[in-house]
Design a protein around this ligand. Structure first.
Ligand code: LLP
Length: 463
């Protein structure tokens, strides 16, 4: 589901239309820097290095499959987002993309805030020392226990997602003798051009309260009557892996219209709006993501313009990028196992992981690229499908790609741009042991999430 999943856009897979496989235009040894973490290069032998360390050494020390995360790239992206939005806006990293205690510390050091959407993410954030006031708590069905924990901890904001939750959060806050800062998540009715499962602002889905039929306005009315709540703003998240800013513009416009209606009805100007996350990244060479400063400018221009015309004070803007920060910073390293050429079709290359470490291909028809990284090769390209080792024919990691035809068992191949929603959505299907996440920086590699062991598996199985 790179941009090519846009129904009107070019499809990467068209290159591979049955019987018309055109060979790649580029040299397979050349890495497209758009899809790789910033410190990734090839050394003189053609082996890939990240943070100055060769992949063969990483594979030897940490095993495969494994995710390798370029820490300086992650930090640089955090800084780029914070600088692009400046001191009058807030950037919340969306922890669902990938969260660990090390990540929480990096975020703090780089001045970002954190969006969590479950008790588990909240506890990780708090445990790693993220100040609660820098945490936003999301979710369409937060439990009372999660709400209590968030309010007790003093989270900076809870994003309310339904009429019932407005009452529930107000009630818990009151019982705890607190007044909780909240935003209301609205669905603005935008059709985001992305996969259906990750589009969130059209009306027929589970998130938010619709602007249509006055529902959002009614939710504001109710929130304003409840003592336990301090309504600070309106939130809108339109979906994920989006390249076209038009959807964000419509969303911003509709949210500002709601602010104007609130001002007209209640005589108050809410001080904040949150435009969510969802900015796309390059999974393949065909994707052209925007830079944070372009995104910041586009969003702040539209909000400022709309506020001027509605005669509103410009609210403080916040955004919640997850994928755009962590996605490009990591790759998954696999060892090639069996190779099965299917005459006239393609060659199936099996790796030692699969849908348990990257469910996105199976779930969203996501497109990825792949490279041979343990050496260079001048062999002709062959059309491959990279598949995992799971007992399922949909266990596909990279649907269509080219790899050198001298590929052999034991070679290392890597799939770039797997930093977001791969480890965080990893499963134990077939009792696979979830891979580690290894942070690499300045010639040093350290495990930040360790590999699962058979003991971990058996520990949960209490007999
Ligand atoms: N804010 C809210 C309220 C969200 O629901 C999400 C993502 C984000 C921010 C961050 O979106 P990002 O910038 O990372 O696209 N598992 C799917 C993505 C689901 C995203 C859910 N919400 C995938 O692998 O593409």
């Amino acid at each position: 589901m790179s941009r090519s999943a846009h129904p009107a856009g070019p499809r990467h897979a068209d290159v591979f239309t049955e019987g018309h496989y055109s060979a790649p235009a580029t040299d397979l040894n050349v890495l497209d820097e758009k899809v790789w973490a910033r410190t990734v290069t090839r050394d003189t032998d053609g082996a890939l290095t990240v943070g100055g360390i060769e992949v063969a050494r990483l594979a030897e020390e940490f095993g495969t499959p494994a995710y390798f995360l370029d820490e300086s790239d992650f930090r640089a992206r955090c800084r780029a987002w914070a600088e692009a939005f400046g001191p009058d806006a807030d950037v919340f990293y969306a922890g669902k993309a990938f969260l660990s205690r090390a990540v929480v510390r990096w975020l703090q050091e780089e001045g970002l805030n954190l969006d969590v959407c479950s008790g588990g993410e909240l506890v990780t954030a708090l445990d790693a020392g993220m100040p609660a006031e820098r945490i936003a708590f999301h979710g369409n069905n937060k439990s009372v226990a999660e709400i209590e924990r968030a309010i007790e901890a003093g989270v900076g904001r809870i994003v309310l997602d339904s009429f019932q939750e407005i009452v529930r959060v107000a009630h818990v806050a009151q019982q705890l003798g607190k007044r909780q800062r909240v935003q209301i998540r609205v669905t603005v009715g935008v059709e985001a051009h992305t996969h259906e499962f990750i589009a969130t602002a059209h009306e027929d889905q589970k998130f938010g309260i619709a602007l249509a039929d006055g529902l959002a306005a009614e939710s504001v009315r109710r929130a304003l009557t409840l003592d336990g709540l301090e309504l600070i703003g309106i939130h809108s998240h339109i979906g994920s892996q989006i390249f076209d800013m038009a959807g964000f513009e419509v969303s911003a416009r509709r949210v500002v219209q709601l602010l104007a209606e609130i001002r007209d009805e209640h005589g108050i100007e809410l001080p904040e709006i949150d435009l969510g996350g969802g900015l796309g990244i390059a999974y393949t060479s065909e994707d052209d993501p925007r830079e944070p400063h372009e995104i910041a400018k586009a969003l702040s221009d539209i909000v400022t313009r709309e506020c001027e015309s509605a005669k509103l004070r410009t609210p403080r803007i916040s955004v919640e990028p997850g994928r755009a920060i962590v996605g490009p910073t990591a790759f998954t390293l696999y060892e090639v196992g069996t190779i099965k050429p299917l005459e006239g079709l393609r060659t199936y290359v099996s790796v030692d992981g699969g849908m348990s470490d990257n469910i996105r291909t199976a779930l969203y028809d996501a497109e990825y690229s792949v490279s041979l990284v343990s050496r260079s090769s001048d062999a002709d390209p062959m059309l491959v499908r990279v598949v995992g080792k799971h007992c399922e024919s949909g266990d596909i990691v990279v649907k269509d790609a080219f790899l050198p035809s001298d590929l052999a068992p034991g070679d290392l191949i890597a799939v770039p741009a797997t930093g977001a929603y791969c480890r965080s959505m990893a499963s134990n299907y077939n009792h696979a042991l979830r891979p580690p996440v290894v942070a690499v920086r300045d010639g040093e590699a350290r495990v930040i999430v360790r590999r699962e062991t058979e003991e971990d598996l058996l520990r949960l199985d209490v007999g």
